[in-house]
Design a protein around this ligand. Structure first.
Ligand code: ATP
Ligand code: MG
Ligand code: MG
Length: 568
């Protein structure tokens, strides 16, 4: 494998290693909040954090940032673990829950109070907002800012003991109400909130704020590089202030973890926000978190996307410090490239119509041999049965051919009034056939195409090349075919940035994002196991659905078409 591409984070680490800052140690973390399922944006962070650890011989922690008691649940915890594993990463013994640090976080807060770096404020939320000031106007001190250390400690302990109602007081860091960075104007670090926590139950009625908890989590775990998205850039001074004060207080040793921000993934035609994803699921616009149209990792897996395709994608988009949009077709192309290498070829007729070979003996059948992967001959060939009646694609026949149409059409009288034979095509891996006519029902719908075959032209025999034809059609023997359900997925949203025009992302839902059909497949596909992936020749990449497939009865999801077809 090639060396990983340089990026600004690797440059920072290389410089620090050269200067001996961490003694060569690289310790990162991926810190999801278990309040939803992971999405494609999280994959970027996972590959970045676990990738750095792998490439520098370090470790990456999987840490559940579960300090907010509401909206977090075990269901999300389990799904997140499974998705990170599915992408190919292993956290070893470094699985952590931030809520296990509540005692330490509490002790840190008492230390801050004792050192005069935190105070209990009793303003209402509205008053506090009014005191905070604006970008152009300095904030004002709360009247409670000058409380004595003893009074603050006493009040904080009573907050913890449950002596006050929710919202009565908050603990605030004491920094600078005139700071040009509003995040340094005495940010709240603890609030009173009676809420049941999925891990700590009812032990706590005060909970730390995210911006306070996160640096402490990093320091407890000896994280070297705490990588987060750009919107936290303005929080970095508080991150540094807090850890510096706690190091002074004897809690942590230097060097302290370093926060580094990178550009989040913005991808067209999807929404990457847990709030919007939850809404899509709750309001049943999709079948569930693992709906193959959703950009969740469980949805991506069910869709047939591969971890390998994710790796290609994250390698290709790289890591930068400026926000931008990536077109969904870039993601699809990476998935397609990965599948092209790995997926075995199979034959499926998605819109079947009968092709009857009138000069082929009734009741007879024979084997044709199709390569499992044309670029990888060592993967061998498989036998596909051939017989008198086949399924072909409805679009592979035209009563009156358009210009440049090389597939099946019947004999016709040309412009000079001369009768011309029907067109000849190769039935891929089989024989050359010549079209003789077609049947239609009373309303004109095509019901069968007729042809005759040329017995000497079978692929792989000496006579195969004796007749030259331009069309090359795929087919499945009707008597042997496996008829199966196939879901053809399209994009869930019909605009690149859902909600951009109207302000409501649901307005841009694609009303035609899934089509369920019954198709005729070559018999070998009956044995496909859940998550087996194939290229259906001429159609695209498909996966046996991991949820709805039954033994001997797989159903297939279209992962991605063979070419980018979204220009329609
Ligand atoms: P959302 O904004 O969808 O609610 P989040 O950022 O709140 O997501 P977390 O569970 O807190 O979700 O995220 C875990 C990690 O994943 C964080 O470190 C965050 O920076 C990263 N992450 C989330 N979304 C993206 C994205 N679109 N691109 C890159 N990284 C992301
Ligand atoms: Mg979050
Ligand atoms: Mg967020």
């Amino acid at each position: 494998t090639p060396a990983p591409a340089a990026n600004f984070i690797r440059n920072i680490i290389d410089e620090q290693n050269a200067a001996g800052k961490w003694g060569g140690r690289v310790e990162t973390r991926f810190p999801p909040e278990p309040n939803g399922y992971l999405h494609l944006g999280h994959a970027k962070s996972i590959f970045l954090n676990f990738g750095l650890a792998r490439d520098y011989g370090g470790v990456c922690h999987l840490r559940f940032d579960d300090t907010n008691p509401e909206k977090e649940s075990q269901e999300y915890v389990d799904a997140i673990l499974e998705s990170v594993r599915w992408l190919g990463f292993d956290w070893g013994s470094n699985l952590h829950f931030a809520s296990n640090y509540f005692d330490t976080m509490y002790a840190c807060a008492e230390t801050l109070i004792q050192a005069g770096h935190a105070y209990v404020d009793s303003l209402s939320a509205d008053e506090m907002r009014a005191h905070r000031g604006t970008l152009t106007e300095a904030g004002r001190d709360s009247p409670h800012r000058s409380r004595s250390m003893e009074e603050n400690l006493d009040l904080f302990r009573k907050m913890r003991a449950g002596e006050f109602p929710d919202g009565a007081h908050v603990l605030r860091a004491k920094i600078d109400m005139a700071s040009p960075n509003i995040n340094l104007r005495d940010p709240a670090i603890y609030r009173i909130k009676r809420a049941h926590h999925h891990n700590t139950g009812d032990t706590w009625c005060i909970y730390p704020m995210y911006t306070y908890a996160h640096p402490i989590e990093d320091a407890i775990e000896h994280i070297t590089h705490s990588i987060c998205t750009l919107e936290f850039e303005d929080q970095r001074p508080f991150y540094d202030w807090l850890l510096d004060k706690l190091a002074d207080g004897g809690f942590f040793t230097r060097p302290l973890p370093q926060q580094i921000e990178f550009a989040r993934l913005n991808l067209t035609y999807v929404v990457l926000s847990k709030r919007k994803l939850i809404q899509l699921v709750d309001e049943k616009h999709v079948s569930g978190w693992d709906d193959p149209r959703l950009p969740t990792l469980v949805g991506a897996r069910r869709r047939g996307y591969t971890a390998e395709g994710f790796k290609r994608f994250t390698d290709q988009i790289g890591v930068s410090k400026s926000d931008g949009w990536i077109d969904y077709s870039v993601f699809e192309a990476c998935q397609r490239d990965g599948l092209n290498d790995s997926a075995l070829r199979r034959i499926a007729v998605l819109d079947p119509v009968k092709l009857i070979i009138d000069n082929y003996p009734e009741g007879q059948s024979e084997e044709c041999f199709a390569p499992n992967h044309p670029q990888q001959p060592d993967l061998g060939k498989r036998a596909v049965p051939f017989s008198r009646e086949l399924w072909i694609e409805r679009e592979d026949f035209m009563e009156t051919p358009s210009k440049g149409y090389f597939r099946l059409y019947p004999p016709r009288i040309d412009a000079a009034g001369i009768m011309q034979p029907g067109n000849s095509v190769r039935l891929r891996y089989g024989y050359v056939v010549t079209c003789t006519g077609a049947d239609h029902d009373t309303d004109g719908t095509l019901t069968a195409v007729h042809c005759e075959y040329l017995p000497d032209t079978k692929s792989g025999t000496p006579g195969a090349d004796s007749v030259k034809v331009k069309g090359n059609l795929h087919w499945v023997s009707a008597a042997h075919a496996y008829e199966a359900e196939i879901r053809l997925y399209d994009r869930l949203f019909s605009t690149a940035q859902p909600g951009q025009a109207s302000g409501e992302f649901l307005d841009d839902l694609n009303t035609d994002s899934v089509q369920v059909i019954r198709a005729q497949l070559e018999p070998a596909l009956r044995d496909a196991a859940p998550e087996d992936r194939f290229q259906f020749e001429r159609h695209g990449y498909f996966v046996a659905d991991r949820v709805d497939s039954k033994p001997g009865e797989p159903v297939f999801n279209r992962t991605v078409t063979l070419k980018d077809s979204w220009s329609k």
